[in-house]
Design a protein around this ligand. Sequence first.
Ligand code: SF4
Length: 274
Amino acid sequence: MKIFEQEQSSVAVAENTTPIGYVHSIETFGSVDGPGIRYVLFLQGCRMRCQFCHNPDTWNQGVGDELTADQVLADAERYKAFWGKQGGITTSGGEALLQIDFLIDLFKKAHAKGIKTCLDTCGQPFTRKQPWFGKFEELMRYTDVSLVDIKQINPREHKRLTGWSNENIFDMLSYMLENNKHVWIRHVLVPQRTDFDTELIQIGNYIKTIAPIVDKVEVLPYHTMGVSKYKELGIDYPLDGIEPPTQARVKNAEKLLHTTDYTNYKNYPNYPKA
Ligand code: SF4
């Protein structure tokens, strides 16, 4: 289904230089993807293959609804009254950074309108190679806060879980620390995959090393809501038979990640400086 049926024609006449976003779906009242109530844009495309992914329908790149930043903002602004001082726009996915040109255009224009921006990313596309790195630096100028997943701390285990190493993801967090770009850290807790005390203690220790930029730490319990999508897409479900973690294990993970130590998000709307 097209998201903005009546506006599709304007995409075709958009200038060549206008970046187009490939959009999977939109949530107009998101309350879990960043501060306050948010307009969440789920972008199409991801190169990771996390075993616990509940959105395999976002993996393909270059498909989905084609929208410009102006079109997205015109739609998003209809919900502005609900955002208060904390809310705004979040870009998620899929992996939003795969569409970095579109993100720059969107966040730059959002900031010009006084709209708060939040980037939800797994960090997989991050590189210090040009021209990508220059684009990332520009994007960070217009990003108020980022939500970054730490899926596994060990690069080899991370590769087993997601298909990719995590060294560049930690490099991205180093960049964010060096440049005072604030983040919420998230860890998806999956029994038999990411729920090991030794690993959780290591992640907790790592987070301490970047504490000045960490406003919140969240444990996201694995759930099985994506299973039917795998069936529809004809993909084998990698976590067949694995149940969500118990409440006791979630509490244990929160303790080992010291989630209660990271409370700066409560000081919003005094957002970190972008
Ligand atoms: S990074 Fe996100 S969208 Fe990509 S495979 Fe992992 S969970 Fe799915």
